[in-house]
Design a protein around this ligand. Structure first.
Ligand code: PSZ
Length: 287
């Protein structure tokens, strides 16, 4: 048995090797489903209710039933961490798909498939300290990116292009307006004002994004949920991206152009510290 070998399904907790999906699974054939990634710090979930709320919103938006009531799901995820004896920093992946049935585009009359599993996941401490390089890419996705759907081809292609160019993330823009990253939300700071794209239908409403917006006034920043252009992005005093596993990740370069003096800015650092405190992280990356 390896670390964290148990997963949760609609039929209870089983071992990973006993999960057998039929070849006609709608997640596999259509990407017909939704998912979540939830942070675990030292065995405890972070932002659990926020992620569960978003899961149900995503599922409802594609007329998909989650095969648990919310409180049952939260309790079962707790049992999963206990069964796996999770003590470390980790992440939980969960997905719901429209079940297994002979391949036809329209909905089958079968139950949803659900699974959730846990993997060890260390905080990217060195990158959080130094910051990351990014590229720009066209946002070629559909209109409903607030749905955390399994259809991630444009995101995957943008991320691979970033990786090929030695960058950590691709910052997406539509007609010159920055939307979000391939797997993150994007923020800029200009003259002590924090800007990020509004929580509209064309971006994912990140759980870390919400926490950052709540913490920002305490660090002396004014908050504006207003979209900005790629020019404003490149001219910003500070830039960072956020996600469950990347937390608040400073961006020090975009398309080879340095942001500020090329090191993480003071406001970003203050937010990173506030974030660690808020999520109950014990070992600080910013001593
Ligand atoms: O482990 C990883 O690489 C993760 S865990 C979460 C993400 C990546 N990304 C989530 C995400 C996203 O996929 C898009 C398109 N926009 C924003 C985010 C940030 O969402 P939260 O803050 O909820 O993780």
């Amino acid at each position: 048995m390896s670390l964290y070998d148990y997963l949760l399904t609609q039929d209870g907790i089983i071992t990973k090797e006993s999960l057998l999906y039929p070849f006609e699974e709608r997640g596999l054939q259509f990407g017909d489903g939704v998912y979540e990634v939830i942070r675990i710090y030292q065995g405890s979930f972070d932002l659990l209710e926020e992620h569960i709320e978003r899961l149900y919103r995503s599922a409802e938006a594609i007329r998909l039933e989650v095969p648990f009531a919310k409180d049952t799901l939260i309790a079962s995820l707790g049992q999963l961490t206990e069964k796996n004896d999770v003590q470390t920093d980790a992440k939980l992946y969960l997905q719901v798909t429209r079940g297994s049935a002979p391949r036809e585009h329209s909905f089958p009359d079968v139950p949803s498939n659900f699974y959730a599993y846990i993997e060890p996941s260390e905080r990217p401490v060195s990158l959080l300290q130094k910051g990351v390089r990014t590229i720009l890419a066209d946002d070629i996705r559909w209109d409903l990116c607030y749905i955390k759907s399994l259809n991630l081809l444009p995101n995957i292609l943008a991320k691979q292009t970033a990786k090929d160019k030695g960058a950590f993330e691709a910052i997406l823009h539509k007609d010159g307006i920055v939307t979000e990253g391939s797997s993150s939300n994007v923020f800029i700071i200009k003259d002590h004002i924090l800007f990020t794209h509004p929580a509209a239908k064309n971006i994912l409403h990140g759980c870390v994004r919400s926490r950052v917006l709540a913490l920002a006034p305490n660090t002396g920043l004014q908050v504006e949920e207003t979209a900005f252009t790629t020019d404003q992005l490149l001219q910003a005093d500070e830039v960072f991206i956020t996600s469950t596993t990347s937390e608040i990740m400073p961006v020090i370069e975009i398309e080879g152009k340095q942001i500020g003096d090329g090191t993480p800015g003071d406001n970003t650092r203050a937010l990173q510290r506030a974030y660690e405190k808020e999520s109950g992280i014990q070992a600080t990356a910013f001593a």
